[in-house]
Design a protein around this ligand. Structure first.
Ligand code: ADP
Length: 752
């Protein structure tokens, strides 16, 4: 910096004016570095120095002093009138805690030296020149004495100008004192010529220094305030609640981001404006009228028509009195503050919790009810029958715990549970009532299964698996994820051990009774036959027509009794697992023809039409049993077609499954839909059969199915009430018949 021209001495008034001006300028400056420069520059300009340095005592952010008031602890804040190099050097050198600067920093007094180089030379000690340590002590003592007025400025001891320091002779320094007279720093001026500073300069510098102290305080205060305001601002805008300040007239003075966003959004629509009334203006008016509001619930719809819930608090805003305001009671109202606390999410969570609790309560009620049921109940979903819910009895039936969402087969395998048919054969997976219900959508009633547990114990059960229709009304299952339309089945297992026990006893009884009946029946049958032969042989014995009819009735009744006892014996045989098949290779076509021919003799009203699509169908069967099946089907076709008509029988090969297929179609009374599901059960008869007074025991179809299935075949039917029935039977083929249908068609057709 170029030294300024030497100024003319200022007169008193000029000094005051200059000080005032600079005072205003200092107060207007908010940048500390620029302020320090301005002070230093002003000092140089006003007092005519060539060099000015500003040193400050370090403070913390709160402005508290961090070091004792010793010069070398101070830091150089600004320097002018030196080269850049010297400036750098200054920054590195101690600022002179001893010597001439010590009174300024340590004792807070100004120092004015006319000629630094002319200061009193050091007294030699006894040992010659004093050491540096001794020189420092001398300088400190003289500084102390000067500060306390017992030494003139001329007697101050200088430690000399450090190397690299600009050469100065005139020196003027003044402390920067704060309100409590603590030394905050020092303002030092220098000039290369001697005797440049006078008493008025000193007074001016002291005045300037005290103004500078206030200005520095102000700048720091301003900066602290500024930082504080910024912090508060950041906090204000980061509050998740909407906060709005209004003036006493209700006009918005400030609002945070949250509040602003919502307000702008609401102002877009008339409906929103109404909501803003309830949310902002009304609470503000209440608060300003002295009725403060706390957590008033306000609900509104946003632009997406979503319901938003707020709790609104409106309170008065009082101006804080200044700390030295004696009348602290007077707190003028500066407006109101309105806070919108968004509770939409909280309410939603609460609602969800409430719903969850309700569902849970319902579920546990359902579970309790289910657990009280004596029968085992469970609900499954999906094609692999994953468990939704089951009851306590189910655990007992399975002898294991089935976890929710576990597929049925995995549960059975994991617990080594096997399911058997009543005849003791293993039940194929696809025939399990539960899986049939979910995989095929069938509702299965009274299906008999035997559960064998891992420990080898068996439990006979009656299964009802009911498919629930999810297509029309999806079920809300208490599971985490569910495909709305996947199959759902309710399965009830009834332990029928006791029933089975009774059934065994009954079967035993029937078995014994039937067995015991056979001998007298055979004798009676023999006698009747003998009687009839005798009648034919002895022409002289003449019976009346009535007697002959009675004899025929007795014969027919005998036939039925024999059939019934035979059927009963077969049933008990099957139940006891004593049925043995005597298999022999047979041509089914020939067998069917034979049975038809024989039956035709006693069925005058009906015509049998056989169409065989193969010349022969070779099967390995127990001929007697399959004949029994065919006879039963023929007998039913005749019996349940009381008005006669044609009975169509077809025979063919199903090459895809390697089976022989027989169908028998009658024009009879049919089977009512409701009873179709149970028609193969023992002693089951359709209502219309009984209503028509047709004799029967309900055992024939049961035995037929057992026999056919034991041959590896199957039996089923299609029927409509009053429109007739068609029964189907398949039996596995053992060899391919020669395909020469055309040649044999006519021959195969038999109207025997
Ligand atoms: P039964 O004929 O001795 O009563 P089945 O076991 O042979 O016993 O038949 C069971 C029931 O099925 C019959 O009582 C009858 O209701 C019905 N049924 C069987 N076959 C026919 C048929 N072809 N037409 C109509 N109903 C039939």
């Amino acid at each position: 910096m170029q030294p300024r021209k030497t100024r003319k001495p200022l007169i008193e008034d000029e000094r005051i004016t200059a000080l005032n001006h600079i005072g205003v300028a200092l107060l207007a400056e908010h940048n500390e570095q620029q302020l320090l420069h301005l002070i230093a520059q002003t000092a140089v300009d006003l007092i005519g120095a060539r060099f000015a340095a500003f040193s400050l005592r370090p403070t913390n952010e709160q402005g508290e002093l961090l070091v004792p008031s010793e010069g070398n602890m101070f830091h150089l804040a600004e320097v002018i009138g030196v080269t850049e190099e010297q400036k750098e050097q200054f920054r590195r050198m101690p600022l002179g805690g001893e010597g001439l600067l010590a009174p300024i920093f340590r004792y807070g007094v100004p120092v004015r030296v006319a000629d630094v180089l002319k200061l009193t030379p050091y007294e030699k000690t006894a040992d010659g020149m004093p050491t540096l340590e001794q020189l420092k002590t001398i300088a400190q003592n003289s500084a102390f004495a000067y500060a306390h007025g017992s030494l003139s400025v001329e007697d101050l001891q200088s430690l000399g100008v450090p190397e690299g320091h600009p050469v100065i002779r005139s020196f003027l320094g003044a402390p920067l004192l704060d309100r409590t007279k603590q030394v905050r720093g020092g303002l030092l001026l220098g000039h290369p010529d001697p005797d440049r500073f006078h008493a008025d300069d000193e007074a001016l510098l002291v005045g300037l220094a005290s103004q500078a102290a206030v200005a520095i305080d102000n700048v720091r205060l301003y900066q602290a305030m500024h930082t504080r305001v910024q912090e508060l601002d950041a906090i204000f805008h980061s509050i998740t609640d909407g906060v709005t300040l209004v003036d006493p007239q209700g006009h918005i003075v400030r609002e945070n981001n949250q509040a602003q966003r919502l307000r702008i959004q609401l102002e877009q629509s008339p409906q929103g404006k109404l909501a803003l009334e309830a949310l902002l203006h009304v609470p503000a008016q209440h608060a300003l009228a002295g009725q403060e509001q706390r957590d008033v619930p306000v609900s509104l719809l946003n632009e997406n028509q979503e319901l938003l819930d707020y709790l609104v608090t409106a309170s008065l805003l009082h101006q804080q009195p200044f700390p030295d305001d004696s009348d602290s009671q007077a707190q003028p109202i500066s407006g109101a503050v309105i806070i919108w606390h968004d509770v939409t999410e909280t309410r939603r969570i609460l609602r969800e919790r409430h719903m969850y609790a309700e569902t849970e309560a319902r579920r546990s009620l359902l579970q309790r009810i289910l657990d009280e049921l004596p029968t085992s109940v469970y609900l499954v979903h999906g094609h692999d029958a994953r468990l939704v819910i089951s009851n306590q009895a189910a655990k007992t039936v399975w002898g294991a715990s089935w976890s929710p969402e576990q597929p049925m087969m995995s549960f059975l395998q994991e617990n080594h549970i096997q399911i058997f048919r009543t005849d003791g054969r293993i039940l194929p997976q696809e025939q399990l009532a539960t899986l049939r219900a979910v995989q095929r959508g069938d509702s299965i009633y009274q299906h008999q299964e035997i559960i064998r547990h891992a420990d080898g114990s068996s439990l006979p059960v009656l299964v009802n698996a009911i498919t629930l229709d999810t297509r029309k009304a999806p079920l809300n299952l208490p599971i985490a994820s569910q495909d709305q339309h996947e199959p759902v089945a309710l399965v009830v297992y009834q332990d029928v051990s006791a029933l089975k026990e009774a059934e065994y006893l009954k079967d035993d009884f029937i078995g014994i009774a039937a067995h015991e009946l056979r001998t007298p029946l055979a004798a009676l049958q023999g006698f009747i036959e003998l009687f009839q032969i005798q009648l034919t042989d002895q022409q002289n014995i003449a019976l009346t027509a009535g007697q002959q009819e009675s004899l025929q009735d007795i014969d027919q009744a005998m036939q039925r009794l024999v059939e019934l006892t035979n059927d009963l014996l077969d049933v008990t045989c099957l139940q006891a697992g004593r049925l043995e098949l005597r298999l022999e290779v047979t041509d089914l076509v020939a067998l069917v023809k034979r049975v038809i021919r024989r039956y035709q003799m006693i069925a005058d009203n009906h015509e049998f039409v056989l169409v065989a699509h193969a010349p022969f169908l070779i099967v390995s069967i127990d001929v007697m049993r399959i004949e029994q099946v065919l006879t039963n089907l023929l007998s039913n076709a005749v019996k349940y077609s009381p008005y006669g008509g044609a009975i169509h029988i077809t025979l063919e090969e199903v090459s895809t499954t390697q089976q022989a297929l027989l169908s028998m179609k009658d024009p009879g009374i049919g089977i009512p839909v409701l009873q179709q599901g149970r028609i193969f059960s023992r002693f089951t008869r359709a209502d219309n059969a009984q209503a028509n007074g047709i004799y029967g025991t309900g055992l024939g179809l049961y035995l037929s199915r057992e026999f056919v299935e034991r041959h590896g075949g199957s039996i089923w039917f299609q029927s409509r009430e009053n429109q007739g029935s068609t029964f189907f039977v398949t039996l596995p083929l053992i060899a391919h018949p020669i395909d020469n249908k055309g040649d044999n068609m006519d021959e195969a057709q038999s109207n025997s």
